[in-house]
Design a protein around this ligand. Structure first.
Ligand code: PMP
Length: 283
């Protein structure tokens, strides 16, 4: 069945939704996005996603396409129209359509596109088995804190991981892991949760913020610092976080099994608590 999607003020059947070929998102990846997970028909960590969207837009001097209240209402209408119970809402703002030029055009209205995807988030097989990852050089640009739609580098990373017979890749720069292709990366050693500190080098994950808050509330020790692949291979556990994968255990890094190659207790506990709390606090 065709989905109802949102394009610049209109709700349309997906096959009728159109964007200009001059849209700067299409021509120059001049746009930003957010992905909000939906559990039980409710939006998870919505305020965090709206705050990060505002920051991404601000960093690129791009005008917001709608107010937060309007965006929330569009989320709700898409969830309703598509009977979405579990999955995601994707939102993309681009600088809009103008004759091709490297300079930002004047007086152009930002473009806003949103759509839903049904996905099984809570019962994901990867949460049970854990995932295997390989490492590779981080070839992305230097402002990974801005959630831009230029996703070719992470896409190449996922393709290479698949070709290597594993599930995902961790990206390495100057000897240390930055993050996963589409998630934040963590290791656990001696009960300590270690994850890279926030900077321009990584995306400030909304799931990361919630998971670290829950970990601290449970008196777990969190250390925010870079780590190497060698250190990760010696860790007791590893895991990744993102809006659509929540907390997903990593059980193998570059062919080296972690512990007994099964999801560790801390990753399992954090996943449980994240889902439990999200179901309570979703709006
Ligand atoms: N890092 C990168 C590079 C990502 O693409 C994502 C997911 N969009 C994340 C981290 C996780 O962010 P979030 O928890 O907000 O989904």
């Amino acid at each position: 069945m065709s989905r109802t999607v949102y394009v610049n003020g209109e709700y349309l059947a997906e096959e009728d939704a159109k964007i200009s070929i001059f849209d700067r998102g299409f021509l120059m990846a001049d746009g930003v996005y957010e992905v909000t997970s939906i559990l039980g028909g409710k939006m998870i960590d919505f305020t965090g996603h709206m705050k990060r969207l505002a920051r991404s837009l601000d960093e690129l001097d791009m005008a917001p396409a709608a107010t937060d209240d309007e965006i929330e209402a569009i989320h709700r209408e898409l969830i309703r129209a598509n009977d979405l119970v579990e999955g995601l809402v994707y939102l993309q703002v681009t600088r809009g359509a103008a004759d091709r030029s490297f300079l930002f055009p004047d007086g152009v209205k930002s473009s806003l596109v949103m759509f839903t995807q049904t996905m099984n988030l809570t019962e994901a097989p990867a949460a049970e088995t854990g995932i295997k990852i390989i490492s590779m050089p981080d070839i992305r640009w230097g402002r990974r804190d801005i959630k831009t739609i230029q996703l070719l580098a992470p896409s190449l990373g996922k393709v290479a991981a698949k070709a290597a017979g594993v599930d995902d890749a961790w990206l390495v720069e100057d000897g240390c892991v930055t993050e996963g292709t589409s998630n934040n990366a963590y290791i656990v050693k001696g009960g300590k949760i270690i994850t890279r500190d926030l900077s321009h080098d990584i995306l400030s994950g909304i799931t990361r913020a919630s998971v670290l808050r829950f970990a601290r509330e449970m008196q777990m020790e969190v250390v925010e610092r870079p780590f190497t692949i060698a250190e990760a291979q010696e860790a007791d556990e590893a895991f990744v976080t993102s809006a659509t994968t929540f907390v997903t255990p990593v059980v193998e890094i570059d062919g080296q099994a972690l512990g007994d190659a099964a999801p560790g207790p801390i990753a399992r506990r954090l996943r449980e608590i994240y889902i439990e709390e999200s179901l309570k606090t979703g709006i």
